[in-house]
Structure formats: C-alpha cells, structure tokens
Ligand binder design. Structure first.
Ligand SMILES: COc1ccc([C@H]2OC(=S)NC2=O)c(OC)c1
Ligand SMILES: [Zn+2]
Length: 261
C-alpha cells in the first residue's frame, strides 16, 4: 500500500489479542483515503443530521474508549440521506487517539494521521430490530468519522472533557443527560464514503463510513485529558488509555466516493 506495510496486518495486535483482519475480510477498516483516487459521485445526497440533545444518557469507559450513549428506543436522533438508503438512529459516539499528537486517528488522508478521530455510531432501525442485530448486517451501521486537529479550544467538547475524571477507570459510568453531538461536527458538509467494518472486535463488515473532509479543532489540554483515561479497572495496575486505534487495512476492491468535486 501507498503508505503502510500490511505485514503487521496479520500480526496479533497488542490491544485486542485477535487477528487484525478477519479471515476472508474484504471490506475492513480503517483505510488510508487517497484524495486523488476518490471519485466524485454527483448522485450522493446531502447528509441530513437531526439529534435531540435530551436523548443523551451517560458516559462510560468500556476499556477501549469512552462512549457517550443515547436513548435509541425511538427515531429521535437520526441521520438520513448522504449515501444511506434508510434512516439510521444514533446509538453512541466515542473517540480514538494517540499517546502524542503525531498520530491517533484510525483513518488517514493521503497518509496523514490526525491526533484523534470521533466516531458517531448509528444503526439501521428501519430494517433491523436492534443495534446488536444491525451490527451483523452489511447495511446495518453508519458511522460518521470526524478528524480532530490541534488548534483552538472546542467549547462543546469541554463539557465532555470536564466529565472524564469520573470515568477514568474501565467500567465506570456517569449520568450525562443533555448533550448535542452536532456541536462536534464541522460546518463544511463535504465527506468521503466507503463500505467498511468495525475497527475493534467483532470487526464485522457492517459499516457505511461517512468521513468528514474537514477536521474540528481542539486544544492540547483537551487531547491530554483523553490521555488521562485508563484501559485498566479500579484496583488494577494503571494502563493509560492511548493509541486505541487499529492499523490501516488494505483497500482491496473498493472505491472511496466523495460528495464534493
Ligand atoms: C459492539 O459495538 C461496537 C464494537 C466495536 C466498535 C469499534 O468499531 C468502530 S468503527 N469503532 C470502534 O470502537 C464499535 O464502534 C462502532 C461498536
Ligand atoms: Zn470507533
């Protein structure tokens, strides 16, 4: 591949103790997005996003990342349009980040890593009865990926950052009852889209990826706050939660489409 060797791909990754690609996987994530190889698709619709901030439930540390989870028992926080055939319900969002600012994102653009990446996770509640079922289906999930770059302080993110000390250890949770995730989206509507997978076990090939072209800006203190979280539970030897991203996977027989020229 252009910017990465795949010999690692078949190794065991320290973080997950499982193969980095599922045997026979043809649409694994993350990937490098080579801007000049992406194909403008004029038939792609604008992505419509409507989130109800009161569907926010809690923040918890699941030992891989910290997740903000939402009440997905009705169509109150949804996305529709873009490359999607159906309406998808927001289930949770979380981040991936590095130990230093030179890396941390899962996807790369022209082989460039960002210090962190946000994943807004949605499931196809039109065709499937639950998130758990949708995770197993080719069109079950839609994940919006947003790159974070080092820059100005992000006021919307700060309310999340202020809650992180309460979820420092794995399996800790706090109530978080009003938050509007649209404050974490860049104003630019442009995105790339491709067919991919979850990036941690079960690695299922069920994700329609929507990767925003423009990053959002966060400051150094906010990135450092992510790095104060722990993979480890209370009472265990402390292991800092950093570098919770999966190595790049081969593009194989896929085309990345863009919503912009
Ligand atoms: C069972 O639910 C899961 C499991 C794994 C992931 C990983 O796959 C991506 S993408 N980021 C991750 O941390 C997930 O995220 C949507 C949801
Ligand atoms: Zn993720």
């Amino acid at each position: 591949g252009a910017c990465c060797s795949y010999r690692l791909r078949d190794a065991l990754h320290p973080l997950w103790q499982s193969p980095l690609t599922i045997p026979g996987g043809t649409r694994q994530s993350p990937i490098n997005i080579q801007w000049r190889d992406s194909v403008y698709d004029p038939f792609l619709k604008p992505l419509k996003i409507s989130y109800d901030p009161t569907t926010c439930l809690h923040i918890w540390n699941n030992g891989y990342s910290f997740l903000v989870e939402f009440d997905d028992s009705a169509d109150r926080s949804i996305i529709v349009g873009g490359p999607l055939e159906n309406q998808y319900r927001l289930k949770q969002f979380h981040f991936h980040w590095g130990a230093v600012n030179d890396w941390g994102s899962e996807h790369t653009v022209d082989c460039k890593f960002y210090p962190a990446e946000l994943h807004l996770v949605h499931w196809n509640a039109v065709e499937y009865p639950s998130f758990e079922e949708a995770v197993m289906e080719g069109n079950g999930l839609a994940v919006i990926g947003v790159f974070l770059k080092l820059g100005a302080r992000h006021e919307g993110l700060q309310t999340l950052v202020d809650a992180l000390p309460a979820v420092r250890h794995k399996d800790t949770v706090i109530e978080f009852d009003v938050f509007d995730p649209s404050c974490l989206l860049p104003s630019c509507p442009d995105y790339w889209t491709y067919a991919g997978s979850l990036t941690t076990p079960p690695l299922t090939e069920s994700v329609t990826w929507i990767i925003k072209k423009r990053p959002i800006e966060v400051d150094e203190d906010q990135l450092e706050a992510f790095r104060t979280l722990l993979f480890s539970s209370h009472g265990e030897e402390e292991r800092r939660m950093v570098d919770n991203f999966r190595p790049l996977q081969p593009l194989m027989d896929r085309t990345v489409r863009s919503s912009f020229r």
